[in-house]
Design a protein around this ligand. Structure first.
Ligand code: ZN
Length: 236
């Protein structure tokens, strides 16, 4: 755990493995941490439903209860209406002609960060934390470090306040994300992430695998399963 905690952070918290690890990272590092979730009509609303339980459980970790502030939800339903994507419509999950998976929602992370900054401006939170990463990122261009750091500059200029976009997972693969979780909260955090986070694109909570719940075949499940297997193999 960090010795001195400073500053106020707003974590983009979906209830998935990555954003839960980011929330733990922020709780360990900042004096106050608030969370924000976005409802953009995604077919896996179950992720949003996991958030409340995860927040309650994270508040039980030593030193984290005092840091955890309010949760916010922002509706971005229009994003679902204007995007042709497997996350918001009944479209098959596959690679599209543009080389990106059909789960790509154009501009999603740009909008999320900008909305988070607008909320952070009011709440006095200038550290915006997101689980984007360039290693296992399915090629989403709005997960790239260059994209997000450039956006951070634009937001700081446009709001005349210095915002920092923090992406603790940017250079980690899924196995390394488990290493980080264990370092932050030990086996208890690993168990919490396994049981209560949700990443499956199909919103499947009926099949429990050793790596958690999910359909087991969508790209998000494959990433999560492979990352967990790699991490477990490296531990033994
Ligand atoms: Zn799945």
């Amino acid at each position: 755990m960090s010795d001195a905690k400073n500053g106020k952070a707003l974590v983009l918290f979906s209830g998935g493995q990555d954003s839960t690890t980011c929330l733990a990272w922020a709780l360990d590092r900042f004096e106050t941490v608030e969370t924000v979730g976005f409802d953009y009509g995604q077919s896996h609303l179950i992720e949003l439903a996991c958030r409340e339980r995860l927040r309650a459980e994270l508040a039980r970790f030593p030193g984290w209860e005092a840091a955890l502030g309010p949760d916010h939800t922002i509706s971005l339903r229009e994003l679902g209406n204007i995007s042709e994507t497997a996350l918001t419509r009944d479209v098959a999950i596959e690679m599209a002609d543009n080389g990106l998976p059909t789960t790509f929602v154009p501009g999603r992370n740009l909008l999320f960060m900008t909305y988070a900054a607008a909320l952070g401006y009011r709440r006095g939170a200038t550290h915006l934390v997101g689980g984007m990463c360039e290693t296992d990122y399915s090629g989403y261009p709005d997960c790239r470090n260059d994209t997000l750091q450039t956006l951070g500059h634009a937001i700081s200029l446009g709001m005349a306040r210095e915002f920092t976009i923090e992406t603790p997972l940017m250079w980690l693969d899924k196995a390394a994300t488990w290493v980080l979780a264990e370092k932050l909260g030990g086996q208890a955090l690993v168990d919490l992430i396994l049981e209560d986070t949700h990443s499956c694109y199909r919103g499947d909570r009926t099949h429990r695998h050793e790596w958690g719940y999910g359909c087991g075949t969508c790209p998000a499940c494959e990433l999560r399963a492979n990352g967990y297997a790699t991490w477990v193999a490296a531990r033994t």
